[in-house]
Write a protein that binds this ligand. Structure first.
Ligand SMILES: Cc1ncc(COP(=O)(O)O)c(C=O)c1O
Length: 643
């Protein structure tokens, strides 16, 4: 989808405007789904997807306004309108598909709490989902406790998945007394015994489900969650045993739902169709066995097109939400009609597709390590001949000889390094050699930038990208980038009317060499470096990482004790402004110390006694005491990130 553009009435010219060029360069036209644009000032702007002709709201301006209110980067920005839009999209996608297929059942979404457990997010989802009878999926006792703390619509479901002990099953069963539609999905034959025990003890009829293990495998990152070797669900033999046991104990009539889950981010919609077909076979067979099934739950898997490629590859999907709904409904309609079975209530537990796009991470670049030298030092008398050779390369760099010049410069530089190691040349000579080398490389890069095809030296060019040091922790805020090579769209928030003059990889603020990002989605594919602008002296340079609302917040960890970032939840207004709905201050140092079993007060006490000891020993002045104690206290109550 094209990014928003104002119709100026001008005849389209062949040459794209700088803003259009940036939109194409960063792939905004592909992954942005029309929710982003670039304004005349070169700012990246947000569009409220719920208002067709709504204003473009500048992200740098939002960041600045929040900063003025004391909310600074790194910052997780939750845009509530995006969340509302995705909830509507899934629910209306199913409603429309059902209408088109004369489907005689209904759709009930259940948001899987694990995908984003934050209270603000879950509350907002339930608020926006109320009109659709949107419910929750709980995969653990704490998640069930969260679900039961909400007043849900009468029709909404609480689907209880995961490994369940007596307490879990007891609470889910008791909640039926409060009219919660808690469905206990039996994951294993063992859970049946506990269900029977609890039902007898409480004299409450549970609502039950069974999780079937589909044999159909999916592609993508979560392929292992599907097929025979997936760790969840029951095989045919176990299913039969469960049916028999439930029947023997007079509980078969409680079995209302069949559940299956393929794994997250299914790239190919035809995998979905095949899996749904298999799920329907189980549904038909279980019904024939006498289970009065009314709900078919197909779990999660609806993906997000992170790269905007619209292909069945990792980080992309070859379908839209609407196509997903359409394929599911069509497949179930055929299967049920063929078996002459009533159309069931269709349940899906889409998490990623509902929340991913609603959050973005904003951080500032702290400084840059440039692999560049604007000028080469002149030759000096007595230069080693290798130094003269290196200097000479600069004189024959041409577009036709890029690879050759690359080879020569690298060779001479490496030889000079060897001389330095042996003590033949000194530190200053080596520093000159490094500068000459970087200058030659800069010339090569500048020529390559003007060339259409640089595939022969792309790998070398990637090694010369600058390092932009950024104020965030990969491990805390983007754990999937580290753990499973997830790619999120990343781009500068400002100066987009200016062509970026540099390429960089991003390093985070942790002391871990893994704390870097070196794969970026651009308009022409995945690149090992990100086009960026040279850093200015005054204004902060902000980068945004998009679609981070799913899984990232709770999977993040405290590597180097960088804690949760500041969080702001905003709503976009029709007048071009925004309302701050909620602010969550990021962790203080005191809070992260607490997580790792330090008592912050005890730390202050311990530091004070060291200070007092130093005063007694005459090591520091009495007046230093206040200075030291204030610095320690200020730190312990401050933000864990660079301020
Ligand atoms: C049982 C179950 N339901 C739903 C989901 C959510 O999946 P997704 O985020 O792909 O929609 C998951 C996550 O993997 C899950 O395990």
């Amino acid at each position: 989808m094209a990014h928003h553009q104002k119709d100026t009435g001008a005849i389209p010219s062949e040459v794209p405007s700088p803003a259009e060029a940036s939109a194409t360069l960063y792939g905004l036209d592909r992954w942005g789904q029309g929710h982003f644009s670039i304004n005349e000032a070169g700012d990246l702007c947000l569009h409220n997807p719920l208002r067709e002709d709504g204003p473009a709201i500048s992200l740098p301006q939002i960041t600045k306004d929040l900063l003025e209110q004391g909310i600074h980067a790194p910052l997780l920005l939750r845009v509530t309108d995006f969340l509302e839009y995705e909830i509507a999209r899934v629910n209306e996608g199913f409603a429309e598909a059902m209408a088109r297929n004369d489907y005689r059942g209904s759709y009930r979404g259940a948001f899987p709490i694990k995908v984003n457990q934050q209270a603000q997010v879950v509350d907002r989802i339930l608020e926006c989902g109320r009109k659709y009878n949107y419910g929750l999926e709980a995969g653990s006792k704490p998640e069930l406790v969260i679900a039961l703390a909400h007043s849900l619509p009468k029709e909404a479901l609480i689907v209880c998945n995961g490994v369940k002990d007596y307490e879990f099953i007891r609470l889910a069963t008791l909640a039926r007394k409060l009219d919660f539609n808690t469905i206990i999905v039996l994951e294993s034959p063992r859970e049946v015994d506990t269900v029977i025990e609890v039902a007898r003890e409480l004299d409450v009829e549970p609502m039950l489900g069974v999780r079937v293990k589909l044999t159909q495998k999916i592609g993508g990152n979560w392929s292992e969650s599907s097929g025979d070797r997936s760790t969840f669900g029951m095989n045919t033999d176990q299913l039969v045993a469960v049916i028999d046991k439930l029947r023997d104990h007079g509980l078969l009539h409680c079995l209302r739902l069949q559940h299956s889950h393929l794994g997250s981010q299914v790239p190919d919609v035809n995998d979905v169709r095949r899996a749904v077909t298999e799920a329907c076979r189980y549904f038909v067979e279980l019904t024939r066995e006498g289970a009065p099934l009314t709900h078919l739950d197909l779990g999660g898997g609806l993906g997000v097109d992170y790269t905007g490629e619209r292909k069945a590859v990792e980080n992309s999907i070859n379908y839209t939400v609407e196509e997903y709904a359409s394929n599911v409904v069509e497949t179930v309609t055929y299967a049920m009609d063929e078996a002459d079975i009533d159309h069931p209530v269709l349940v899906t537990e889409s998490g990623r597709a509902v929340v991913a796009t609603s959050s973005l991470l904003i951080f500032n670049v702290l400084e840059a390590t440039l692999y560049d030298a604007p000028s080469a030092p002149p030759a000096e008398e007595g230069d080693h001949h290798l130094m003269s050779d290196l200097l000479a390369v600069g004189s024959y760099v041409t577009a036709a000889r890029l690879q050759e010049c690359w080879n020569d410069a690298s060779y001479y530089r490496n030889e000079l390094r060897a001389l330095f190691r042996r003590g033949t040349i000194d530190l200053r000579q080596m520093a000159r050699a490094e500068r000459v080398y970087l200058h030659v490389m800069a010339k090569i890069r500048a020529l390559a930038a003007r060339q259409e095809d640089t595939s022969d030296i792309d790998e070398e060019l990637a090694k010369m990208a600058d390092i932009y040091h950024c104020n965030f922790s990969l491990f805390q805020s983007l754990p999937d980038v580290w753990a499973i090579d997830q790619i999120h769209p990343i781009m500068p928030l400002q100066r987009l009317g200016e062509p970026p003059s540099r390429r960089a990889i991003l390093a985070d603020i942790t002391c871990d060499s893994d704390g870097k990002i070196d794969r970026f989605i651009l308009g022409d594919g995945v690149s090992p470096s990100l086009p960026v602008h040279a850093l200015g002296e005054v204004d902060p340079y902000y980068l945004g990482v998009f679609f981070v609302g799913a899984y990232q917040e709770t999977l993040g960890d405290l590597h180097n004790l960088f804690g949760d970032t500041n969080v702001a939840t905003i709503q976009l207004r029709g007048d071009g402004g925004f309302d701050l709905l909620h602010e969550q201050e990021g962790d203080t140092i005191s809070e992260v110390l607490d997580y790792v079993e330090y008592d912050p007060e005890a730390c202050i006490k311990a530091f004070r006694s060291l200070v007092d000891g130093a005063i007694s020993a005459g090591q520091i002045k009495r007046t230093d005491r206040q200075l030291l104690m204030r610095a320690y206290r200020d730190s312990i109550s401050g933000y864990t990130y660079y301020e």
